[in-house]
Design a protein around this ligand. Sequence first.
Ligand code: ADP
Ligand code: TRP
Length: 332
Amino acid sequence: MENMLTGIRSTGSPHLGNILGVIIPSVSMANKNIKHSSFIFIADLHSMVQMNHINIKAIKNNTYQIAAAWLAFGLNVDNCLFYRQSDVSLVTELAWYFNCLYPYKRLALSHAFKKEMKKIDQSKISAGLFTYPILMAADILLYNAKIVPVGMDQLQHIEIARRIANYFNKKIGKKLFVLPNAFLQKKSMFVLGTDGKKMSKSQKNCIDIFSSDEILKKQIMSIRTDSKSVEEKKKPENDYIMSLYSLLASVEEIDIMKKKYIKGGYGYYEAKIALYEHIIHKFSSERKKFFSFMKNKSLLDHILFLGAKKAKSIAHERLNFIRKYLNFNSII
Ligand code: ADP
Ligand code: TRP
């Protein structure tokens, strides 16, 4: 059985993009996989790269939200390794080895880094943001993960992890690392936000199914549309309400909404209400479970502690194996 691994940053509450793109497909895989071949973690160390504009307390708090979301969607924590990245800090040692090996110039080509460079004030860019893909490669390669469920924005990061694995294997002359592959959900690998751009925790364009009914409704009401009146005929293609509805509803339901758009006499407000009601109904059980987990943070801490303990023992063994090839002593 091939190992599977994925992580979500603790930079906010998980949104519909995280849920459809990663959480749902990963839960289904992790629950079916052989025991302890799936690694699901909360990437709180990665969340630190934005410490200049993200409060450190929020990072910890958000780890609970991410954990509660995975559990609400039915992750069986007895079958997988479910942990906080910072609780298994051996990964940072591997990241250091990769830092020393991967050419600076190659890393500087990373799309994600170049994009961030354009977005934020350069004085706020940390070295951690630059080496972000290195830590991500270490997350994956430490556990020999072959299958990495992610959204489309992470493809280049997986490619960097493959390169590092390949480079290291060649240098050492032994297949120390498995080459990982991204696992993408065709329909939901790039879920659009309320503004029509990639839904992202940092963009304030999220549909956050774990927020209160009022906030969720507000977010849905803020979906950008053109200015056609209720009576006018509308185009279902390129419409952001329709694009979200299509990810959630059945073929028949989508067809009905499409027909209403084309016929006219159906306003965007009504379409938004239909989307809102659909979400509330579809995720009612997950929302209940989420709120109940959020009321029991000590349970979440306990679950993550047990997960970290198991992950640590695997990481420890793997790292000692890698250390041998670098002429370092074993960790005591
Ligand atoms: P965000 O970009 O919102 O901060 P993360 O970086 O924590 O979210 O992403 C966690 C996972 O969810 C990654 O695999 C990422 O590719 C995926 N993901 C994020 N946004 C979307 C989206 N809009 N559609 C599909 N997948 C997404
Ligand atoms: N970089 C990923 C993101 O922003 C989160 C992440 C960190 C990750 N390490 C990982 C995802 C390892 C998959 C595998 O979304």
